[in-house]
Design a protein around this ligand. Sequence first.
Ligand code: ZN
Ligand code: ZN
Length: 238
Amino acid sequence: MQRALGIVYPTQCVSCAAPVAQEFALCGACWRQTPFITGLVCRDCGTPLPGEESETDVLCDDCMTIARPWHAGRAALLYKDNARRMVLALKHGDRDELARPAARWMLGAGRGLISPAMLVVPVPIHWTRLLRRRYNQAALLAGELARLTGLGSMPDALIRRKRTPIQDGMGRGARFANMAGAIGANPKKSHALAGRAVLLVDDVMTSGATLAAATEACQVAGATRICILVLARVAKEA
Ligand SMILES: [Zn+2]
Ligand SMILES: [Zn+2]
């Protein structure tokens, strides 16, 4: 039956729909246009850095100027070229099946952050956005990561307390001001985060303001050690 379906509906590249051998994979051309992060990376955000991979605790310029409230962070992709197209397709294009390969890439980048008792928590979106978009892409990624790792996940551990304006086009200071106090622990799940290590998941990190607000909400709720893992990091061109 599987074989017969394979003939009728050939397996397609998750990005461009070209035929590929493996399900939920990229074709060779899309793979080459997708900027996967490898080598030495910033401890706090996963931005690639020049230097030897064996170096530890190195920070990018951004993370040297902005103190990050979380313990460590990683990103699978640089937000450009085909990575940008896929992030936007996942966010606005109803392409929820992209979460499967995306979570696999995130796990590849973030394996070193993961500890067995961690709780996987997505960065929340406001319920009015959820109505319009049908799903929270961060929650999809968190769910796939939990499935791949066997870690527990809690999609509603955090909530958006206020509907913040879209941050596109805002400077760094405005983004942090915009997000201050915008995220809180879900009062219906108030003890869920107490004493837990948390893996915070989002699709994109730009300034880090949203992830900082989410981290602080976890800390207020008693989480012990918070790491962040994102699909794509917006980084200045080196
Ligand atoms: Zn392709
Ligand atoms: Zn950094």
